[in-house]
Every structure is written in structure tokens, then in C-alpha cells.
Design a protein around this ligand. Structure first.
Ligand SMILES: *Cc1c(COP(=O)(O)O)cnc(C)c1O
Length: 400
């Protein structure tokens, strides 16, 4: 470690890097049978489905390690499939894509740059700015490094009440652009609060967005790339497609509103296997807190996947998994590294495949557990279910 740092310093390469490096189990290093299989053909299928419905180019949103699917592998696949640009939340996520050799445009939507402006410039990352102060800071960094004009996107808060320029501050922002001509307004974006549930709110937010666009245009600031649509708006509100769309969850096969986007295919399948079997007699208990008691002679299978892997503790006594094509309930409390499954009704042996998320075929036909099924049990949403599959679970990329 000491030596490597010395070499780096001598070569003038900074030891400092902002990349988020998931210390994730690599497929080749894996010992446990617990893994996430990523179906790249399903990903390409979903990208094609969404691109067909979108009236403008789709810029995949691959923040949070591509919703848990692995940002590098997902970006490379989508870039080959024709994606012109990607959206992420953090500067670190953008740098990770550049270091993985992604050439397409990368837009950082999160709006936090602190002292990272120089890195944006060095890696040709496009920032979304949200204030006049950020325009000044970026301009200062651009002058210091004597860069070519820097293209930025501006975020307008049209009703999320979270991040972005509120309409009354638009004149200040326009002033800042005029004071700093090397910062060029290329894009204008906003984000919907209720695109999946409330078409009226989408219309209201679009009105505010349109008014903001006009205010800036009156000051000579004409953004050539406007964008607003997440997956729900891509599927349900074509008037929000503008010059690009920003779907995330749909790419990974989840319809944000049940009934929309039925042709999307799940990309992630999480599987493990039975590593131990127990026969319990009436009155014997399973797991922490002894919350599950055998009411009959019971067969309990142990799986090496727990809440530290993303198998939520909220699934204790409520969730189920697929074993030999049957849905089998979780028995007792989910532990950090293990969970127990009641397989009394399904002949099961050590080594049998267990599906936590996705489909399994058995003698009784095919059964599926979707991210939404899990979210409904854990009072969550499919977005959180997918992003919760942790770094301990290696991702295996599949090309069928
Ligand atoms: C996450 C995100 C999206 C994508 O949303 P989905 O519902 O996953 O399609 C789009 N825009 C912004 C600003 C986001 O943060």
C-alpha cells in the first residue's frame, strides 16, 4: 500500500478518487450459492420497449449502481444498444462510468458538487445545477482550468419541493448565466411528484415548467434539451417527453403503475440454495426470539441469505420463497446471514435451488415472486427492493 502511493505520487497521478467502489463479492470469488442473475437480453428488451414508446431519445437512469444491477455492466450493455447518454445521482457514480470506459454523455442529477467541480470538468461530466451560486462556482473552476465552454442542465422545482430553482429565483439564475458566459445552458429539467398516480399533477407541474422555460427564453437563455419524464411519465404522459426521457425502474422490468408497461421483463433474479435441513417436532421453535413454533412435525430448510444481503427482516413470518416450483413461507425471524423456510409440504433436499426474487419452474408449472410482491409485504416499493440487494451478493451477467 505504502509503495503504491509512492509510485502514484511520483507519476503525478492523484491518489484521490471519488469513485464509489462496491467491495462486492465477485462471481469467481463466491463461496455461497446466493447470487443475483442479471438478464442482459431482458434489459435490452426493456430499453427497446421504452425507446419505442418515447417520443425522444431515452437516457437511462442508472443511479444507485443501476438500481442494484451493477452500473458498469448495465451502462456498457445499454451503450452498445444505442443509449446516447446516462443519468446518475452522484458525481462518484458518474466517475465510475467514465473509469469503466463509458463514452456516452453522463448527467449528474443529484445537484451536490461541493469541491468536485474540477472532476466534472476533467471527466466531461454534465452537471445539473440548481442555483446561481453553483453557476459561479463552476465558472470559477472553468476559468482556473481554462476549459472550453461548459454545458450544464438546470433543474426547475415545479412541485417536488425538494431540489431545483423555484420560479421566483429564475431572474437571479439568469443574471448568473449572463455574468458567466462560459457556462452554457444546454438542458432544462424537472421531476414529477406523482407521475404514477395523478395525471392532473403532471399537467400542473408541466405548466410551471413551461412558464420557467419562457422566463429564461425572455432572457436569451434557450435550452435545447428539455426533459422531465421518469418511467411513469414516459408510459403515461407523452406531453412530457420533450427532447429526452429519463426512465429508471422500467429498464429493470418493473411497471411503476400496475397495468402499465406489462410487456417489460424483470432483469434481476435472486437465487440461493438450501444449505441445511431440520426436522422439528411439535412445540420446537426456529430462530431469534423463538417466534415460530412447530404446530406439526415440520421440515425447515436453512438458506444462506439474510437481511444483510437484502432479504428484508420485514419478511419474517410474512414472506415466502420458491422451492421446487412451490411457494414456501419464511419461518420465524430473518437473521443477518440466514433465513429459515417451512418446506414441510414440498419434498426438499440440501442443494435445492431457492428463488427469492424472480421465477422458478417446477412440476406444478412456473411461479414468480416480483419486486412488487416483496414490496407489498414489507410496506416498501419495488425501487427499494431492488436497491437493497447488497454488495455481499455477487451479480452474474447472463446472455441467454
Ligand atoms: C430516479 C429518477 C428518475 C427515474 O425514475 P423511475 O421512476 O425509476 O423511472 C428520473 N428522474 C430523476 C430526477 C430521478 O431521480
Amino acid at each position: 500500500m505504502e509503495d503504491r502511493r509512492a509510485v502514484k505520487q511520483a507519476s503525478g497521478v492523484s491518489d484521490f478518487s471519488r469513485v464509489l467502489r462496491p467491495i462486492r463479492a465477485r462471481p469467481a470469488d463466491t463461496v455461497r450459492p446466493t447470487r443475483a442473475e442479471i438478464d442482459l437480453s431482458a434489459l435490452r428488451h426493456n430499453f427497446a420497449v421504452l425507446q419505442k414508446k418515447s417520443l425522444s431519445p431515452v437516457w437511462p437512469v442508472i443511479k444507485a449502481d443501476a438500481y442494484g444491477h451493477g452500473a458498469k455492466g448495465i451502462a456498457r450493455t445499454l451503450e452498445r444498444a444505442g443509449a446516447q447518454g446516462f443519468c446518475v445521482a452522484l458525481v462518484e457514480e458518474a466517475v465510475e462510468l467514465r473509469e469503466a470506459g463509458v463514452f456516452a454523455s453522463v448527467l449528474v442529477m443529484g445537484g451536490h458538487y461541493d469541491r468536485a467541480y474540477e472532476e466534472l470538468l476533467r471527466h466531461s461530466i454534465t452537471p445539473v445545477l440548481t442555483s446561481a451560486a453553483q453557476i459561479e462556482s463552476l465558472s470559477c473552476a472553468a476559468r482556473q482550468h481554462q476549459t472550453a465552454p461548459v454545458a450544464v442542465h438546470l433543474k426547475i422545482d415545479t412541485g417536488m419541493g425538494r431540489l431545483g430553482v423555484v420560479p421566483r429565483d429564475l431572474e437571479d439564475v439568469a443574471d448568473a448565466f449572463q455574468r458567466n458566459p462560459q457556462i452554457q445552458l444546454q438542458g432544462l429539467m424537472t421531476h414529477f411528484a406523482c407521475a404514477d398516480t395523478d395525471p392532473d399533477s403532471v399537467r400542473r407541474q408541466l405548466e410551471v415548467f413551461s412558464a420557467a422555460t419562457k422566463t429564461l427564453a425572455a432572457r436569451g437563455l434557450n435550452a435545447t434539451c428539455r426533459h422531465a419524464a421518469n418511467t411513469a411519465a414516459l408510459l403515461g404522459a407523452p406531453e412530457s417527453h420533450f427532447e429526452m426521457t429519463r426512465p429508471g425502474i422500467g429498464l429493470f422490468g418493473v411497471a411503476p403503475t400496475p397495468g402499465y408497461g406489462e410487456e417489460l421483463r424483470p432483469v434481476m433474479r435472486v437465487r440461493t440454495a438450501v444449505v441445511a435441513m431440520r426436522e422439528l417436532q411439535v412445540g420446537e421453535t426456529v430462530g431469534y426470539g423463538a417466534r415460530w413454533t412447530a404446530q406439526r412435525t415440520s421440515q425447515i430448510a436453512t438458506i444462506p441469505m439474510g437481511y444483510a444481503d437484502g432479504f428484508s427482516r420485514m419478511l419474517s413470518e410474512k414472506g415466502s420463497v420458491l422451492v421446487n416450483g412451490h411457494r414456501c413461507p419464511v419461518a420465524g425471524t430473518v437473521s443477518m446471514d440466514m433465513a429459515s423456510i417451512d418446506v414441510t409440504d414440498v419434498p426438499t433436499r440440501i442443494g435445492d435451488e431457492v428463488i427469492v426474487l424472480g421465477s422458478q419452474r417446477g412440476l406444478a408449472g412456473e411461479r414468480t415472486i416480483t419486486a412488487r410482491d416483496i414490496a407489498d409485504i414489507t410496506s416498501s416499493i419495488p425501487w427499494e427492493v431492488l436497491t437493497s440487494i447488497s454488495r455481499r451478493v455477487p451479480r452474474f451477467y447472463r446472455e441467454p
